[in-house]
Write a protein that binds this ligand. Structure first.
Ligand code: ATP
Ligand code: MG
Length: 222
């Protein structure tokens, strides 16, 4: 069967010319449908860079990336954005919530891009926030929430479109152990339902809850 995603000889540098710093070196891997993977490695090893490329949020310099059989570099910017909205749920390391939108509005935003009506997306957003234990925080702005609550809003937002691929950068990094367990239980449920998940973590205990660990060091898979 076709892999969910496949990367071959992928290279990525930041900066141009002499100031260019190589970050990812010849990355090769393939992820099957419905895999649940932990991506681990030291700080600065390139985990977020790789995840951003897999989430079609960043470009790469050389190599190939196929997502669900589609060669990503052949997509126009508009096609890439559509594809990302329909297919991928992204939980960022820094949450990336919009500061002037409430919790409900942040979670409902990806549904707006999918053309859902205001009442449908508001109800869906509330039910996802409810699942995250945030039913009393619907109308709070991000600055009115704790770090862990912001993280949960970000996770609710990533899940709101029922994505087939979830890319999560340290999703439990700011949570206490009980809250992390809840998030991991939720990911396990999504995995059981067929979702493919790649989760970046520093925590071996979190990684043990996944089915396979991929390690990266200095921009190379080890
Ligand atoms: N926009 C950028 N411009 C220049 N260099 C960058 C940029 N983003 C990341 N880097 C560099 O790329 C390297 C990899 O960064 P990345 O964020 O992928 O690491 P990471 O493995 O996610 O680390 P952490 O565990 O601390 O989140 C680092 O050396 C970082 O300084
Ligand atoms: Mg990172």
């Amino acid at each position: 069967m076709q892999p969910m995603l496949q990367v071959s000889d992928l290279h990525k540098s930041y900066g141009a010319g002499k100031a260019s710093i190589p970050i990812l070196h010849s990355i090769d891997f393939s992820i099957k449908r419905n895999e649940f993977i932990a991506l681990m490695g030291p700080s600065g090893s390139g985990k977020s860079t790789l995840l951003n490329i897999l989430g079609i949020l960043d470009s790469y310099d050389a190599g190939e990336y196929w997502l669900d059989g589609i060669l990503i570099k052949n997509l126009s910017e508009h096609q890439a954005a559509q594809y990302r909205n329909r297919f991928i749920g992204f939980v960022f390391q820094s949450f990336n919530l919009l500061p002037h939108l409430t919790a409900v509005e942040n979670v409902a935003l990806p549904l707006r891009y999918l053309g859902q009506s205001l009442s449908v997306r508001t109800n869906l957003a509330k039910s996802f926030l409810d699942q995250m234990g945030l039913n009393e925080r619907f109308h709070h702005l991000p600055t009115e929430l704790s770090g862990g609550q912001r993280q949960r809003v970000a996770i609710a937002r990533a899940l709101s479109t029922a994505p087939r691929l979830i890319l999560a950068d340290e999703p439990t990094g700011n949570l206490d152990s009980a809250a992390s367990r809840d998030i991991l239980d939720l990911f396990t449920t999504l995995h059981d339902a067929g979702t493919t998940i790649i989760l970046v973590t520093h925590d071996e205990e979190v990684a043990r809850r996944t089915k396979r660990i991929v390690r990266i060091r200095d921009g190379r898979l080890v």
